[in-house]
Design a protein around this ligand. Structure first.
Ligand SMILES: *Cc1c(COP(=O)(O)O)cnc(C)c1O
Length: 461
């Protein structure tokens, strides 16, 4: 399987190459040259299998020669061993035709663990073969960073450097990043917002001399291997509800468009998904883009669902690539226009997007009301991100079963949940000492050169 860039001019890579590289050298994102499909029988056979077996069947056609079957199975087993729920991604019924997919039973209590735990195993195995040493640099609005640190802490041949926006992540998120004591963990608090963090990471990847000197590797949601890992739970939940014999829709609390894009790939692989509904908070660039065709960032407004406080939604580029029929030059042109303030999606591409995607935006008040009302109606305590999803899903319920993705455990956002008028959620037992562990972090300016020198000093490269 070959991997190509959304902008059409970067070198073609293998699965292993695309996983290690993250951002392509032409600034684009890697995608498989072709998307393998499953027959209806093959999809029907997923129902009831152990989660790990479905992971194997789905990712195997994408990984090529990078791993042999036995090795891949062992890595998958190891990746999900730290999840506390035997189903890994259990489905809970919320009402007629409405289901919640709980993706928060991994080690850092957010859906990011599904991809990050797997990519940690896959990368370590690849590095053990090549003898290479890498520096993982990632930007986070909170959950990616903790998931990456948890997945890579203490591993050989890897330094993990995480940039998070100072003062804009929840205390639980911050402590999950700052309390691991392993010497290969570097939590950097940047003076800026998440888009600044993401922009500085992109700058580092585009500085090829620096990139090569420190062996830069990315595990942000642009990493293809992460998207691929997230494809799996669309299949497991849809088949549990009767796919491929009946279609299913999904509502996905969305920031960087990685999670919902995995749903798009599942649909291209043959899973009968009717609609994929983008749920946003007040930072609604994706909702505006999908309804008007204009993609224009206008500054982040902090919200109670901080992991979705994003105005430059990286993975949307992948959806654009398909909406423009794989025209890398057209995508590169749009991304140039974005640097100058924004772009308009062509009529044809907007039509192609609306065949698959719908969207909705939720205010802060609707989010808090949804937390209270859902608790009363179902007994389920939602995190604010999941509440955004449930509120949008309510506007799209019909005869097709709807699955709303619950992206984090409420205990990751206890202040917001309590302020919404719900009881303060408790951390699960395996993290109950989080607030007494010692913290370690470095505050950094929003400045590329300063960041690069800190990273070189920390990694000794
Ligand atoms: C990352 C995250 C999101 C957004 O996911 P994307 O893949 O960036 O769209 C939503 N909710 C939570 C809790 C997250 O951590």
């Amino acid at each position: 399987m070959n991997y190509i860039s959304t902008r059409g001019t970067a070198p073609v890579l293998t699965f292993g190459g695309a996983m290690m590289t993250g951002l392509a050298r032409d600034g684009g994102l890697y995608l498989p040259e072709t998307i393998p499909t499953f027959t209806a029988d093959a999809i029907a056979a997923f129902a009831g299998l152990p989660y790990e077996e479905v992971v194997f069947r789905i990712i195997r056609p994408f990984t090529g020669d990078t791993f042999d079957d036995e090795e891949l199975r062992a890595l998958i087993e190891a990746a999900y061993a730290g999840f506390v729920h035997p189903a890994r991604a259990p489905l809970v019924q919320m009402g007629p035709n409405h289901f919640l997919l709980e993706l928060f039973h991994g080690p850092t209590l957010a859906f990011k663990d599904f991809a990050m735990q797997l990519i940690g195993q896959l990368m370590q195995a690849a590095l053990a073969k090549s003898g290479e040493r890498i520096t993982i640099v990632g930007a986070t609005s909170g959950d990616t960073g903790s998931a990456a640190i948890e997945a890579f802490k203490g591993l050989d041949n890897v330094d993990v450097v995480i940039l998070f926006p100072y003062g804009r992540v929840s205390e639980v998120q911050r402590r999950q990043m700052t309390t691991p004591s392993e010497s290969n963990v570097h939590a950097l608090a940047l003076d800026g917002d998440f888009d600044d963090c993401q922009a500085r990471v992109k700058d580092m990847f585009n500085d090829f001399a620096f990139r090569d000197a420190v062996g830069l590797a990315g595990v942000n949601s642009i990493n293809w291997a992460r998207v691929l890992a997230q494809v799996v739970y669309y299949f497991t939940s849809a088949t549990a509800l009767g796919a491929p014999h009946r279609p299913v829709s999904f509502t996905v609390p969305t920031g960087n468009f990685g999670d919902i894009f995995a749903g798009y790939i599942a649909r291209r692989m043959g899973l009968p998904i009717d609609k994929l509904i983008v749920a946003t908070n007040q930072n609604d660039i994706l909702h505006r883009a999908l309804t008007t065709g204009d993609y224009k960032p206008d500054g982040v407004i902090p919200s109670i669902s901080p992991s979705m406080d994003i105005q430059v939604s990286s993975n949307f580029e992948r959806a654009l690539f398909y909406a423009y029929d794989g025209d890398g030059a057209a995508v590169a042109q749009l991304m140039d226009e974005l640097k100058a303030g924004g772009f308009s999606i062509s009529q044809g591409a907007l039509q192609a997007l609306s065949d698959t995607f719908a969207s909705g935006r939720v205010s802060e008040d609707e989010t808090t009301a949804t937390i209270r009302e859902t608790l009363t109606a179902t007994g389920e305590l939602l995190c604010p991100h999941s509440a955004v999803g449930v509120a949008v899903a309510h506007k799209h319920l019909g005869t097709t079963p709807m699955v709303t993705l619950a992206t984090a455990h409420p205990a990751k956002f206890p202040d917001a949940v309590e302020a919404a008028g719900a009881p303060r959620p408790e951390l699960p037992p395996h993290m109950s000492d989080l607030f007494t562990r010692a913290e370690r972090m470095t505050r950094v300016p929003n400045d590329l050169a300063a960041l690069q020198s800190i990273i070189r000093e920390r990694t000794g490269r």
